[in-house]
Design a protein around this ligand. Structure first.
Ligand code: DON
Length: 577
């Protein structure tokens, strides 16, 4: 079956189980693929996806729509959509131009290498909760910069849906109620409690949420661009909150924040082209290095067999060892990007994989600091990804985050948003695990003005004929890298439809802890016992109640348009026309 035909089959099958209203309208919650002939938007919020479509229909291009979705998510999806965090955007215009925008947060000028260590040089909790956990937010500068470079509509038109949603309100859904309930312990400590936990109880599904302070902030941005956020009343509100609660971000930090255009990474896999995000995210390098290693095994054994799981885990292990030891902010030290993404390097790496045995991570870590591993903490759900394709074939892939659920918990009440806890993505105590169990080195130590290393992996793929084929990314910390890789392999190696590739059970390997994680049902008993004999210690993923390994938001080409896929593992919506 061709890719396009199998996509259609999956869509028809999924819609057969969908309520009639969903089958009629080109919108869906997670797990139900949506097709449309011209353009597609997928995100974690159906209201935000609808905002993107509104802007496309008003004559905007994919970048206008992406910026509209980003601001709308800050309103409708406050646990992850944000103006108090940062992100990465990969763009491919229909004329072939590509761009990668890094609007990751930066450490404030008063930050220091030891700021999160106790007297025994161990990392404490301050990098995850409270005022010191925040880097200088980059989202607003990033979105405005992308819009200035590529957008067509006036900024005020692009922000209009978000302003409307904040000012007039929207109906809270079960996903928001659930996340507020889950994080009420954190939220209740800070100023957001009044709005989100009225009388100590989370907002209920069906209630209306109106955010007048956020509407004011969005209007200031619509009127004054970046200066509406980084200078004036909003900046003062952030700096005042920081001063009051012992944070380090000052008015000068805010004024000095700048996003960075980077050269997109371009990799390939059996004739497909992968356009990916370079540092300060590790996402693109790690995905491309893994695929390059796997390309040496042609064809790969069947998906989720012991043979394929072994090769995938070993390729990921090698790419993660490099990532953890060698990557950081490219503006602070030269990084071996070309080497890590080169085919000869992958050949050498592939040659070190034993056909029969797992390689212990410690054997590969001669360049990396060795460290005790600890079990990863529950998977945070506070990152979000959105993909957009417009009617001309321009494409945008964006991942944005506050890091943990509701970021640092700190809510800038006067301006209506949560601040990130991205400082925890630094190696807050080099050689010791962070919140994701990642053990990282000096390259990613805290320093003033530095961007913390990310795992976010917004990606755009061209098929073997050079046509736009996939626009995807995900949420889930380092699990983003493994999930994006597996979806790409599903389509490029195994010829799966995009929905099948996204919905398939996944594995996860990040070198440290030296444990092969898998989603319930991903590996059968015979495969598991073979893997144990090969030297693995497989364990069911327990990052989240569902045991999910990341969540993917993807758009793929079909014979007659596009399919939008929100992972079955999450809520959200695809919308197209
Ligand atoms: O940049 C990173 O790698 C992390 N801050 C991403 C966090 C994340 O994906 C959590 N969400 N589910």
């Amino acid at each position: 079956m061709t890719l396009a035909r199998s996509v259609r089959a999956a869509c028809i099958a999924a819609l057969a189980f969908a309520p009639a209203a969903l089958a009629q309208a080109p919108r869906a919650t997670g797990g139900i693929p949506v097709t449309a002939p011209h353009a597609m938007v997928v995100s974690n919020s159906d209201l935000a996806s609808a905002a993107g479509v509104e802007v496309l229909k008003a004559g905007g291009n994919a970048v206008d729509a992406a910026v509209a979705v980003g601001f709308a998510l800050a309103v409708t999806y406050p646990e992850a959509g944000n103006i108090g965090g940062g992100g990465f955007m990969v763009i491919r215009m229909a004329d072939g131009r590509t761009a990668a925008l890094d609007y990751r947060e930066m450490a404030p000028a008063l930050a220091s290498r030891e700021m999160f260590m106790d007297s025994a040089s161990r990392a404490g909790k301050a990098s995850q909760e409270g005022a010191r956990a925040s880097g200088v937010p980059g989202s607003v500068a990033g979105m405005i910069t992308a819009h200035m470079e590529f957008g067509r509509l006036p900024l005020s038109r692009v922000l209009a849906p978000a302003i409307r949603l904040a000012e007039k309100g929207f109906v809270v859904d079960t996903a928001l109620e659930h996340s507020l309930r889950g994080e009420s312990r954190l939220i209740t400590k800070f100023a957001g409690a009044k709005l989100f936990l009225p009388n100590g109880e989370p907002l209920h599904a069906g209630q209306k949420l109106v955010q007048p302070a956020l509407a004011r902030t969005l209007k200031a941005i619509a009127a004054r661009g970046k200066r509406g956020f980084y200078e004036g009343e909003v900046a003062k509100a952030i700096a005042e909150e920081q001063r009051h609660d012992g944070g380090l971000i000052t008015l000068e930090d805010l004024k000095g924040y700048h996003p960075a255009w980077r050269e997109p990474l371009v990799g390939s896999y059996r004739g497909w082209t992968i356009i990916a995000m370079p540092p300060s995210s590790s996402g693109g390098i790690t995905v491309i290095e893994t695929l390059n290693i796997l390309e040496h095994f042609a064809p790969l054994p069947p998906a989720r067999s012991a043979g394929e799981t072994h090769l995938l885990a070993e390729a990921l292990r090698r790419a993660f060892v490099d990532r953890n030891a060698l990557l950081g902010d490219p503006d602070f030290a030269p990084l071996p990007v070309l080497r890590l993404t080169s085919k000869p390097y992958a050949r050498a790496q592939a040659a070190t994989i034993s056909p029969n045995f797992a390689t212990p991570t410690s054997d590969l870590e001669s360049r990396a600091p060795s460290a005790e591993s600890r079990a990863p903490s529950p998977e945070p759900t506070n990152t979000t990804h959105y993909s957009v394709v417009d009617a001309k074939g321009n494409a945008v892939s964006t991942t944005t985050t506050l890091n943990d659920l509701y970021g640092s918990g700190v809510y800038v009440a006067a301006a209506g948003f949560f601040l990130n806890d991205e400082m925890d993505d630094f190696a807050t105590a080099p050689g010791q695990p962070n919140g994701y169990g990642l053990v990282q080195g000096e390259r990613n130590a805290v320093a003033p003005g530095k961007r913390m290393l990310s795992a976010m992996a917004p990606t755009i793929v061209l098929d073997t004929a050079g046509r736009l084929a996939l626009v995807l990314g995900g949420r889930g910390g380092p699990r983003i890298i493994t999930a994006v890789t597996q979806v790409l392999l599903g389509v490029m190696e195994y010829g799966q439809s995009l929905p099948d590739a996204v919905f398939a059970p996944r594995i996860h390997e990040q070198a440290r802890p030296d444990t092969l994680r898998y989603e319930e049902g991903a590996l059968d008993a015979a495969v598991l016992s073979k893997l144990v004999m090969m030297g693995y210690t497989p364990a069911v993923a327990t990052f989240q109640p569902g045991g999910y390994i990341a969540r993917i938001f993807a758009i793929g080409r079909t014979d007659d348009g596009w399919v939008g896929v929100v992972d079955r593992r999450t809520s959200g919506g695809a919308a197209g026309y």
